[in-house]
Ligand binder design. Structure first.
Ligand code: SAH
Length: 355
């Protein structure tokens, strides 16, 4: 059965959030043959149609019925910036209710990766993050997460092979919609993006990490760790008042046990806060012999915050300590620096301009 509440906006069906089976049920209820649902699904999730009018093999009368009973999510492009440095692109999209979200396209050797937002705003309050400054406005629907990928593929004409849920928002704070989004994104009748090419990043909502583990998907879990101790983590991430570091790491171990997928730990390096060699040693000790990958992110300066990156020498020294302890470490390449700095800043700038 379709859970109407989750898939409806303004009491209409949000068609792009429905699974193929649900769409068949709905189309049949509207008095059409089930095969019309298959055609529609292909238009929405493979041909990436922007509107019902593109669905040329559907009878006109049926397209009118759809307009009446359903909503069709297709983002409006408000702004597109291309980095001169590395070809990274940032997109600012307008939603049907006037909200604004941000997505990023990164071009790598291995393919095109899109970073999507999972919420309009965020309520987690991480101190170094621009996305959380205005708080949470609302959750994004599955279709609104999907259409960030679709719109970018549609506009560039280039296949998106990887998706990271690392934009604005806490994906596990929008859990049901996230799961539905993942299901649709990986569906063989849709873009069929491999689960292994998808990463979901969380600030560490432990119950949800465990629930996600039980889904036994092959997606990568990235945990925003950012500190080697409970005390320091609390300074940077208010969510650490709710969840003990030990509990969070236990949930990550559980994720690995259930899925066999190595967890990525994200660690934003902030000068004078968490970036000393002593911090690196404590981090190595904390993670022990866990099978994991550590991704160091020199903190992106956000104008409202005082945090700055350590210099290159300190970053490399931090990495060195971890490697000498046998850890797999990468330093995240900064992409698109010239097109609106830290995560969420483009959206924030736009909202301030508009208000
Ligand atoms: N809510 C999720 C995903 C959002 S952000 C989470 O917390 O993981 C994706 C990553 O970027 C997170 O690790 C986040 O902590 C980090 N991040 C946010 N703002 C940053 C900044 N200014 N500099 C460096 N990393 C930042």
């Amino acid at each position: 059965m379709v859970k109407r509440m989750e898939t409806k906006t303004n009491s209409k069906l949000d068609l792009k959030s429905l699974t193929r089976e649900e769409l068949i049920t709905e189309v049949t209820a509207l008095g059409e043959k089930p095969f019309r649902a298959g055609q529609m699904y292909q238009w929405m999730h493979q041909k990436l149609a922007r509107d019902y009018d593109e669905m040329t093999n559907l009878p006109k009368a049926f397209r009118e019925t759809l307009r009446e009973h359903g909503t069709y999510t297709a983002h409006t492009l408000l702004e597109r910036r291309i980095s001169k440095v590395d070809g990274t692109e940032k997109f600012l999209f307008g939603l049907s209710d006037g909200n604004v979200i941000e997505s990023v396209l990164m071009r790598y050797q291995f393919g095109n990766s899109v970073c999507i937002s999972s919420q309009a705003g965020c309520r987690m309050g991480c101190r170094f993050c621009a996305s959380t400054i205005g708080g949470l406005t609302r959750n994004l629907l599955p279709s609104e997460m999907l259409d960030q990928v679709y719109a970018i593929q549609r506009m560039t004409g280039e296949r998106v092979s990887h998706v990271v849920v690392m934009g604005t928002g806490e994906p596990l704070d929008n859990y049901e919609n996230l799961l539905r989004f993942l299901k649709l994104l990986t569906d063989e009748n849709g873009l069929h993006i491999s689960q292994r090419n998808i990463t979901v990043s969380t600030c560490g909502l432990t119950e949800r990490i465990r629930e996600l583990a039980d889904e036994k998907l092959q997606i990568t879990l990235a945990l925003s760790l950012h500190a080697p101790s409970q005390e320091k983590r609390r300074e940077l991430m208010p969510v650490a008042y709710k969840y003990e570091l030990g509990e969070v790491l236990d949930a990550c171990r559980y994720y690995f046990e259930q899925t066999g997928r190595r967890v990525t730990f994200e660690y934003s390096l902030v000068d004078g806060v968490n970036a000393s060699e002593e911090d690196a040693r404590r981090l190595a000790g904390l993670l022990g012999n866990m099978n994991c990958h550590i991704n160091l992110i020199p903190v992106n300066p956000v104008s409202e915050r005082k945090y700055v990156q350590p210099d290159r020498r300190r970053i490399l020294a931090f990495k060195n300590v971890l490697e000498n302890c046998g850890k797999t470490v990468t330093i995240r390449r900064e992409m698109g620096r010239d097109i609106a700095g830290a995560c969420g800043q483009l959206r924030k700038g736009y909202m301030e301009k508009g208000s």
